[in-house]
Design a binder for this molecule. Structure first.
Ligand SMILES: *[C@@H]1O[C@H](CO)[C@@H](O)[C@H](O)[C@H]1NC(C)=O
Ligand SMILES: *[C@@H]1O[C@H](CO)[C@@H](O)[C@H](O)[C@H]1NC(C)=O
Ligand SMILES: *[C@@H]1O[C@H](CO)[C@@H](O)[C@H](O)[C@H]1NC(C)=O
Ligand SMILES: *[C@@H]1O[C@H](CO)[C@@H](O)[C@H](O)[C@H]1NC(C)=O
Length: 697
C-alpha cells in the first residue's frame, strides 16, 4: 500500500470514531496559571506543558542521534542530481539560468549520522574553538541541516541569518555574536568578501560545494586573511581526525536566530535545545500518523523557525526530507528547464509547509487558469468546487468516496499533480491564512491544512489547528507545549470580558518560550516575563479571541491599530485583508495618520489584470508605469477598492480616500516585505514618504 493511502485512511478511521462528538469537541480548555490576570487556555489532551516526547532525550543533538539509530537504513536527506545548467534567452534578450535536474539521491539516517560526526570533528580540526559561535548563511539544502546537527554535537551555538537580509543587518548580526566561522554558499561568499573589512571576528569560511561550480577561493584569499575550505574538505579532515562528541545540555543555546524586524536592525532570538525540543515534541502529536513513510519537501529558508522546526519534526519521526527551492518547486517554475520535472513532481511529497502568501499565489494561479479556459472547463470546475465545499462543510472526510474519486479524475487531480499528487497534509504558518485561500487549497488539494501560530520568540510554538478541524480563519487550540493567555488591552478596546468571546493581547507561556534577545536586556525585559510559579511568558503584541471550543483566532496586531484624529481606531491589517480581494491588487499598504481623519493607501497593482482592463478600454500607453500614473487607471482601481471594502462592511473612515499606484512589485529582495512576505510598514513608509505626504495634501 502506498504511504499516501496509509496516511489517508488512519485519519479517516479516526474521524469516523470522532464524528459524533465533533460538534461538541473541545480542543482547548481553561487552565489555572500564574502571572498577569487573563483568560488562559491549554491543549485538551495535555494538563501540563509538554517538554519532551521521548524519555532520556533533552536536546536536539540527542534526538538526532536517537533517530539515526532507530531508522538507520531509512532515507533521510534527498538532493537532486544536477544534469545540466543552461542559459536561455527570453524574447527581449535577457538571459535566465535554467536547471535540468535529475532524480533525488538519498543519504540514509545511518549515513547522515556519519557525515554529521565527521563534519563535527572537522570543525575542531579546522580550528573552531570551544565557546566560539558559528554562523550559517546559505540557502536551504541538506548540508545546511548536516552542519547544524554537527554544531549541536559540539555544543556550538549556531547563528542564523536570512539569506535576504541586507549588508548592514548581516554585519550587525555577525559582529554582535562575534562569529568566528561562517558556513556559506558561493553567492553568499561574494557578499561576505564585500564587507570583510567590517567583520572583525570572522576567521574561517566553509563554503558549501555546488555541483557544476568549481571551488575557487582565490578572491577570498586575496581580499581577506580568512582560512577557506570546502564542506567536503572539512568533512574529510574530521574523518581523518576523530574526536569525542561534546554534547550540550537542555538549557544551552542551540541557535541565535536573527529575524528581520519591521523596524531597525534585526534582533537575535536565543533558543535553547529545550525550547526547540518542546516545540518538536508538541508538533509530533498534531500531524496524524506521522512516520517513516512520509516524504517532506523542504524549500523554505532554514534560517526561519518554521522550516527549522518542521525539519526537526521530520527527523524525529523518521520521515524523509527532499530538498528543493522556491524557484524549482513546480514543473513550470522559473528555473526549471522546460519539459523537465520540478522538485514536487520529482519527489512526490506527502507533507509540505507553506507560507500564506505562497498559497494565495497557488489559488490565484489555479483560478486564472480555469477562468482563461472558460466554457465547459470552468463549469465543471465550479460544480466540482461547490460539491466538494458542501461535502466538507459537515466533515472533511465526507468528501472521501466515489464522488471524490470522480472529481479528482475530472479536475482536481491536475491541481494536485502540481505538488506531486501525494500531499496529505499541508502546514501553514508565518502569517494568518485567509479563510478563502484555506478553503480553496483544502478543496483543490483534497488535503487538510494545519494552520499554526507561533513566533520566533516562542520557537514557533503557540497554537496549531487539528487535522479534523474544518473551520477556516482560526489557528487552533494551544499546542501541548504552550499555554495561551489573553490579557486586557483597554486602550485598543479589547477585553477578556467581551462577549460573545473573550478578546485581548495574546501571551504565550511554556517550555518553548525562549530566554530572550541576544545582548538586548532592555527589549527582553519589555516583552518576556517570568511569573511567580516560574513559567516564562512572551507578550506577542497580537490581538486574538478564543472561540467556545478553545480555538484561537488572530484578529489584529497592536502596532497596526491607529487612532485617527476624531478618535476612531483603524485596524490596518483588517482593512488591507478586505481590499486585497480586488482583482487589481497585487499588494497594498494602508496608511493612517493620527493627525488626519481619513486613510490613504499605496497599491502595487496586478500588471496582468490592469493591462487587460486598459486593453478593453482602448487605453494605449507606453509602459506599465505610465499606465499606473494615469488618472483613469487610479480611478478604476480606487472604485474597485471601495467596492471590496463595502462588501466586507469596512467603516467609511477606514476606506482609503486617496491611493497611489506603484508599478514595481514588493519582494523580499527589495526589503519592503519580509521573507514570509509580510509588509515592513516602517520601511515602506520611509521609502515612499514623499508619495504619502502628497496623498495628504
Ligand atoms: C555549552 O557551551 C556553553 C557556551 O560556551 C557553555 O556555557 C556550556 O557550559 C556548555 N555546555 C556543556 C555541557 O559543556
Ligand atoms: C563591529 O564591531 C567593531 C568592534 O566591536 C566595530 O568597530 C564595528 O563598527 C562594528 N561594525 C558594525 C557594522 O557594527
Ligand atoms: C455550510 O454550512 C453553513 C452553516 O453551517 C451554511 O450556511 C452554508 O450554506 C453551507 N455551505 C454549503 C456550500 O453547503
Ligand atoms: C477631524 O474630525 C474632527 C471631529 O469631527 C474635527 O474637529 C477635526 O478638525 C478634523 N480634522 C481634520 C484634519 O480634518
Amino acid at each position: 500500500m502506498n504511504p499516501y493511502l496509509v496516511g489517508a485512511f488512519v485519519p479517516l478511521l479516526l474521524s469516523l470514531i470522532l464524528c459524533n462528538t465533533k460538534s461538541r469537541k473541545k480542543r482547548g480548555v481553561p487552565v489555572d496559571v500564574g502571572g498577569e490576570p487573563g483568560y488562559a487556555i491549554r491543549n485538551h489532551r495535555f494538563p501540563s506543558a509538554v517538554e519532551s516526547f521521548w524519555e532520556g532525550v533533552a536536546t536536539i543533538a540527542e534526538l538526532f542521534e536517537q533517530s539515526c539509530k532507530r531508522f538507520s537504513n531509512k532515507p533521510l536527506f534527498g538532493t537532486r542530481k544536477l544534469i545540466s545548467r543552461e542559459t536561455e534567452k527570453s524574447r527581449d534578450g535577457r538571459s535566465f539560468e535554467k536547471l535540468h535536474l535529475g532524480n533525488y539521491e538519498w543519504l540514509s539516517y545511518g549515513e547522515a549520522f556519519h557525515t554529521v560526526c565527521n563534519f563535527a570533528c572537522g570543525l575542531v580540526q579546522f580550528g573552531h574553538n570551544k565557546g566560539e559561535r558559528l554562523a550559517i548563511f546559505a540557502d536551504t539544502r541538506a548540508e545546511w541541516q548536516i552542519a547544524l546537527q554537527a554544531c549541536f554535537r559540539r555544543n556550538i551555538t549556531v547563528v542564523t541569518i536570512y539569506a535576504s537580509l541586507g549588508e548592514e543587518a548581516l554585519c550587525h548580526s555577525l559582529n554582535e555574536t562575534e562569529v568566528t566561522t561562517v558556513i556559506c554558499g558561493h553567492k553568499e561568499l561574494k557578499k561576505l568578501i564585500d564587507i570583510s573589512a567590517q567583520l572583525d571576528t570572522v576567521k574561517r569560511i566553509i563554503c558549501l560545494n555546488e555541483e557544476g561550480i568549481i571551488n575557487d577561493y582565490s578572491l577570498a584569499k586575496k581580499a581577506t586573511s580568512w582560512a577557506v575550505a570546502s564542506f567536503s574538505e572539512v568533512q574529510k579532515l574530521g574523518q581523518e581526525n576523530p574526536v569525542e562528541a561534546d554534547m550540550p545540555l537542555s538549557a544551552d543555546i542551540a541557535v541565535i536566530m536573527y529575524t528581520s524586524g519591521s523596524t531597525g536592525l534585526p534582533k537575535g532570538v536565543m533558543m535553547t535545545h529545550g525550547n526547540v525540543l518542546a516545540t518538536v515534541s508538541a508538533v509530533m502529536t498534531i500531524v496524524p500518523a506521522l512516520g517513516s513513510k512520509d516524504i517532506y519537501l523542504a524549500y523554505l529558508p532554514l534560517a526561519h523557525i518554521l522550516e527549522l522546526a518542521a525539519e526537526s519534526v521530520m527527523i524525529a519521526a523518521g520521515s524523509s526530507i527532499g530538498y528543493g527551492s522556491p524557484l524549482t518547486l513546480t514543473d513550470t517554475a522559473n528555473k526549471i528547464k522546460v519539459g523537465t520535472k520540478g522538485d514536487a513532481s520529482a519527489l512526490g511529497p506527502t507533507l509540505m509547509t507553506a507560507v500564506p502568501a505562497i498559497l494565495d499565489r497557488v489559488r490565484d494561479g489555479v483560478r486564472k487558469n480555469v477562468n482563461a479556459k472558460g466554457g465547459l472547463a470552468k463549469r465543471i470546475f465550479d460544480i466540482g468546487y461547490g460539491r466538494r465545499l458542501a461535502a466538507i462543510n459537515g466533515s472533511w472526510f465526507g468528501a472521501w468516496g466515489i464522488e471524490k474519486v470522480l472529481w479528482d479524475f475530472l479536475i482536481f487531480g491536475k491541481v494536485r499533480a502540481v505538488l506531486g499528487g501525494h500531499i496529505r497534509f499541508l502546514l501553514s504558518g508565518g502569517a494568518p491564512l485567509s479563510g478563502d485561500t484555506q478553503r480553496f487549497i483544502n478543496i483543490c488539494l483534497g488535503a487538510p491544512i494545519g494552520q499554526g501560530y507561533g513566533l520566533t520568540e516562542t520557537c514557533a510554538g503557540g497554537a496549531f489547528s487539528e487535522y479534523d478541524d474544518t473551520s477556516v480563519g482560526r489557528v487552533g487550540a494551544p499546542l501541548p507545549c504552550s499555554f495561551v493567555k489573553l490579557i486586557d488591552w483597554p486602550e485598543g478596546g479589547y477585553l477578556t470580558t467581551d462577549s460573545p468571546m473573550p478578546r485581548g493581547e495574546i501571551v504565550i507561556g511554556g517550555p518553548n518560550v525562549t530566554p530572550g534577545y541576544f545582548k538586548n536586556e532592555e527589549k527582553t525585559k519589555e516583552v518576556y516575563k517570568v511569573d511567580e510559579r516560574g513559567m516564562r511568558w512572551f507578550y506577542t503584541g497580537d490581538i486574538g479571541r478564543f472561540h467556545l471550543d478553545g480555538c484561537l483566532e488572530i484578529i489584529d496586531r497592536k502596532k497596526d491599530i491607529v487612532k485617527l484624529q476624531h478618535g476612531e481606531y483603524v485596524s490596518l491589517g483588517k482593512v488591507e485583508a478586505a481590499l486585497i480581494v480586488s482583482p487589481y491588487v497585487d499588494n497594498i499598504m494602508l496608511h493612517a495618520d493620527p493627525f488626519h481623519n481619513y486613510t490613504v493607501a499605496i497599491v502595487t497593482p496586478s500588471q496582468q489584470t490592469l493591462q487587460a482592463w486598459a486593453e478593453k478600454e482602448g487605453i494605449t500607453v507606453g509602459d506599465f508605469s505610465d499606465l499606473c500614473r494615469k488618472e483613469e487607471t487610479v480611478k478604476e482601481v480606487h472604485s474597485s477598492l471601495i467596492k471590496a471594502a463595502k462588501e466586507a462592511r469596512i467603516e467609511k473612515f477606514e476606506i482609503p480616500s486617496k491611493i497611489i499606484l506603484l508599478p514595481e512589485p514588493w519582494t523580499p529582495e527589495s526589503g519592503l516585505v519580509t521573507a514570509a512576505l509580510k509588509l515592513k510598514r516602517e520601511v515602506i513608509r520611509k521609502k515612499y514618504a514623499e508619495e504619502l505626504s502628497k496623498l495628504y495634501e
